[in-house]
Design a protein around this ligand. Structure first.
Ligand code: XMP
Length: 178
C-alpha cells in the first residue's frame, strides 16, 4: 500500500497538532446547548473519530452517506443522498464534518438540506481544502490544511475504496491510479 504513495503531504504529527487546535476552536466558538455532529461517510470517518474525541462536551453523532466521486478521481457533478432516512436536526446546531473540500458541491448540497430540515445553524469542518475555484460558493468554517489541486488519499480518503487506513495524507503514484 505505502509503495503506491508518491509523497506524503500531511504527516501524522502535523495532523495531531492541527486537530488539537481545531478542537479547541470549536469548543470555544460553539454556544452551550445541544450540538449534532453529522459525519459524511466514508471519507470523514477517520478525521471525525480523532477530532471528536478532543471535544469535551456532549455531542450527538449521526452519519450521512453521500456520494459524488463514485470511487474514481473526479467528481461526478451530482451529490446523491444514499440513506433512506435523514437525521433529525430540527432546531439543532449542527457541526458538519467532511474529509475534503474540492468542488464544494458536497458541502453546499448537504448544508442546504440540513437547513431545509430545520437545523438552526450549520458549521462545517474539513480536514483538507483544495486551493481551486469552486463549482459552488461554499467555504468551511474550520479547515485542517489547504492543499494544491491534486488527488490525495489516506486518513479516510480513498482511491477505489483503498488507502483509507493510511495514517497520513499522501499523493497516489500515477502508476497506482488504474
Ligand atoms: P466536492 O467536489 O463535492 O468533493 O467538494 C467532496 C468529496 O469528493 C471526494 N474527493 C476526494 N476524495 N481524494 C479523495 O479520496 C481527493 O483528492 C478528493 N477530492 C474530493 C471526497 O469524498 C469528498 O467528500
Amino acid at each position: 500500500m505505502q509503495n503506491n504513495i508518491e509523497r506524503v503531504l500531511v504527516d501524522e504529527e502535523l495532523i495531531r497538532k492541527r486537530l488539537d487546535t481545531i478542537a479547541k476552536e470549536i469548543e470555544t466558538d460553539f454556544p452551550q446547548g445541544p450540538v449534532i455532529v453529522i459525519i459524511l461517510l466514508k471519507g470523514a470517518l477517520v478525521f471525525a473519530a480523532d477530532l471528536l474525541r478532543r471535544i469535551p462536551r456532549e455531542l450527538s453523532i449521526e452519519c450521512l452517506n453521500v456520494a459524488s466521486y463514485h470511487g474514481g478521481v473526479e467528481s461526478s457533478g451530482n451529490v446523491d443522498f444514499l440513506d433512506l432516512h435523514f437525521p433529525e436536526v430540527e432546531g439543532a446546531h449542527v457541526l458538519l464534518l467532511d474529509d475534503i473540500l474540492d468542488t464544494g458541491r458536497t458541502l453546499a448540497a448537504v448544508k442546504k438540506r440540513l437547513l431545509e430540515e430545520g437545523a438552526t445553524a450549520v458549521h462545517t469542518a474539513v480536514l483538507l481544502s483544495k486551493d481551486k475555484t469552486r463549482a459552488e460558493e461554499v467555504e468551511a468554517d474550520y479547515i485542517g490544511f489547504e492543499i494544491g489541486d491534486e488527488f490525495v488519499v489516506g486518513y479516510g480518503l480513498d482511491y477505489k475504496g483503498k488507502y483509507r487506513n493510511l495514517p497520513y495524507v499522501g499523493v497516489l503514484k500515477l502508476s497506482a491510479a488504474v
